[in-house]
Design a protein around this ligand. Structure first.
Ligand SMILES: [Zn+2]
Length: 308
């Protein structure tokens, strides 16, 4: 099984304080505690501390955060290993680049992940923060009765006083699967991939499906391949805005591809030797694999292990 140690967004070490956060007085006390720190976002860009060679997420006092326009109701991320509590806030400003001092910079979350410039633990903090903040931004009104909702449990629930309804932050499961058959591995490419990149097939799960059923449906829709045995390998939070990538490996029952041209630009079988060239970056036609921070990379490594 892959260990996924280089996987982006997957290794937050915060204690989420799930028991304590249901108590409003505990939450108020933590928000007011001078030792508590606040992570600030401007859209998809968190504020990063660039003062040392090892970048890290900037941790502000509540007043410093307020000075950046982050003066709303903070969502709880959890307690750090030091015991100090960490919250997240979104600024109400369109851009705070010019307000930041030279030790701080706004950096796009996708770039941080793809460039591997933050340790996995720090990326994990940002994944949690971005998904939660995004959900609150879009759920200010009750989906049942339309009345305004209020944040509860430090950000892990919104309550509607008008109909007494509760709403919880969503996570959208996505199945992502590498298919193997007789020494070969099935990968596809979307029109929006960078040039030469092939990756695992993926799609959102639908209500009432198991993850195995969802994966079999997606692969048949996109490539015309029927899938038999499906194994779960590992998962990855994907905060754009709130997916959970469920990594699978499946065994094909047929090998004649019928591509869905609406979804894919190409889908094909790759021999083992070609997969290894793609991973090492010396494929003769310049074909590439997703990088180590992406779950697809680890699924292909496992496929190679099983095919070898
Ligand atoms: Zn309501």
């Amino acid at each position: 099984m892959p260990d996924g140690k280089t996987l982006g967004f997957a290794f937050a070490k915060l204690d989420r304080k799930a028991v304590e956060r249901v108590d409003p007085s505990w939450v108020d006390q933590q928000r007011a505690d001078p030792a508590s720190r606040f992570v600030c976002f401007c859209g998809d860009r968190p504020v990063i501390d660039v003062s040392a060679s090892d970048l890290q997420v900037a941790r502000f006092t509540r007043q410093q955060a307020a000075n950046l326009g982050c003066d709303g109701e903070p969502v709880l991320l959890g307690a750090e290993e030091t015991g100090d509590t960490l919250f997240a806030l979104q600024t109400r400003e369109d851009d705070i680049s010019t307000t930041l001092n030279e030790a701080h910079k706004l950096i796009d979350l996708r770039s941080l992940a793809t460039q591997g410039s933050l340790p996995p633990h720090e990326l994990g903090i940002l994944a949690q923060a971005r998904s939660l903040l995004h959900w609150h931004e879009r759920h200010g009104f009750c989906a049942v009765c339309g009345a305004p909702t209020q944040m509860a449990e430090a950000g892990y629930r919104r309550h509607c006083d008008a109909c007494n309804g509760d709403h919880f932050p969503r996570t959208d499961p996505v199945v992502i699967i590498v298919i193997i058959k007789e020494g070969r591995c099935l990968l596809g490419r979307s029109p929006n991939f960078i040039e030469g990149m092939y990756s695992a097939l993926a799609g959102f799960m639908e209500p009432g499906e198991t993850m195995e059923d969802a994966a079999r449906r997606e692969v048949f829709e996109e490539a015309g391949i029927r899938v038999g045995k499906v194994d779960y390998l590992l998962s990855q939070p994907w905060p754009f805005p709130s997916s959970l990538m469920i990594g699978l490996i499946g065994e094909a029952l047929n090998d004649d591809i019928v591509m869905d041209a609406q979804e894919l630009e190409d889908v094909r079988w790759f021999e083992l030797a070609e997969l290894k060239q793609m991973l090492s970056g010396d494929h003769t036609d310049g074909l590439k694999m997703p990088m180590q921070m992406a779950i697809a990379h680890h699924l292909v490594l496992e496929a190679i292990r099983r095919l070898s």
